[in-house]
Structure formats: structure tokens, C-alpha cells
Write a protein of this length. Structure first.
Length: 187
């Protein structure tokens, strides 16, 4: 038997994004280490790994899912992991998505066509991403021809930016300074 086979199997399961079946463990060990493991050897190693991670010292545990094995966070830590996912999903907005979000925030309720007329480019992808991140929602249908969807900001948007209503958004006159103006100001 290969020395440290338990660690190899542990690393294999840890590195996988999906559950790993015993058959897959056999195949990978055979291909990578040129060693033929028996099902009993794998099951014994898995029992050792399960026992190790059942200890309160570890925040993760080995779970038997879909005829395979996968490391997952223990239920006790779900709240903090969920918050991390929320935090990460909020951080990754492209410039196009931010522009689209700003237009929706200031002009809501607004149709996709109106957003595209302001931006001058298609905004399908940006709207999709903003809906996925729950920063905007469909607020109804317009009375215009074809009854296009209307978009508005969501509760998550309000929470994220720490505002109670869209009236709390900065006024455009507060954002645009004289340095950003082109030409002379007229009175």
C-alpha cells in the first residue's frame, strides 16, 4: 500500500468541486500513482477521514452525497459562509453593470430599451447580472407597445448602499463638479 494514501484521498476529495465516487478515487489513484486500490482500502481511508473531521476542531466535514464524498462546511458555520458569498457577489460588478444600475436607480421604473437609449449599447447581460445579484427587480410592465418589463432597484440594493429610499441617493448636481463641466456656465 502507498504511504499516506489517506492524505492522497483527502486531497482528492478536497480539490473536487463535486462529490467524488469510490470508482473515481480508484481511477485517479491508478492513473496518478500507478497503484490499484481496493474498494475496502478506499472505504477504510474514508472512514478515517470522516472520523478526523467529525472533531469540533474542524469547520468542515466529509459528507456522503450522491453516491460520492465531498467536503462541506458544518451547518454551524453556514451563516458566515453565506455572508461571504453575498459579499463576493456584490463586489464583482463590471463598469457596464454599474452604469446600468445607476441608470435604473435614478430613472426607475425604466424599460430595457430606455436604458439602452441612455447607454447607447445593449444591456441584456448587465440586467441579467444585476437580477442574479438581486440588486434590481422587475417592478411591472410598461403600458407602451409590447408591454416591456419595467426595472427598479431592490431591497438588497437599498441595504447594500445603506439607504432607505431612492430619495437618499446623491443628487446629480452634487456629483457633477464644475471641473467636470465642458464649456462655459450660463446664468
Amino acid at each position: 500500500m502507498i504511504e499516506n494514501i489517506i492524505q492522497y484521498i483527502e486531497a482528492l476529495i478536497f480539490a473536487s468541486e463535486q462529490s467524488v465516487e469510490i470508482y473515481d478515487i480508484k481511477q485517479v489513484v491508478r492513473d496518478a500513482l500507478e497503484y490499484e486500490l481496493t474498494s475496502d482500502e478506499i472505504e477504510n481511508a474514508i472512514q478515517t477521514i470522516e472520523h478526523k473531521y467529525s472533531d469540533e476542531l474542524y469547520a468542515i466535514q466529509l459528507y456522503h452525497i450522491n453516491n460520492g464524498y465531498q467536503f462541506l462546511t458544518k451547518k454551524k458555520y453556514n451563516k458566515i459562509v453565506n455572508q461571504l458569498q453575498i459579499h463576493r457577489s456584490k463586489k464583482k460588478l463590471s463598469q457596464a453593470a454599474l452604469e446600468t444600475l445607476a441608470i435604473i436607480a435614478y430613472k426607475q421604473p425604466i424599460t430595457k430599451l430606455e436604458i439602452e437609449q441612455i447607454r447607447g449599447v445593449s444591456c441584456d447581460y448587465s440586467i441579467q447580472k444585476l437580477l442574479e445579484k438581486d440588486l434590481i427587480h422587475i417592478s411591472g410592465k410598461s403600458e407602451a407597445v409590447g408591454k416591456p418589463l419595467l426595472y427598479g432597484t431592490s431591497k438588497m440594493f437599498m441595504d447594500y448602499f445603506g439607504i432607505n429610499t431612492t430619495a437618499d441617493l446623491p443628487k446629480l448636481k452634487d456629483i457633477i463638479s464644475e471641473e467636470q463641466s465642458i464649456g462655459e456656465a450660463t446664468a
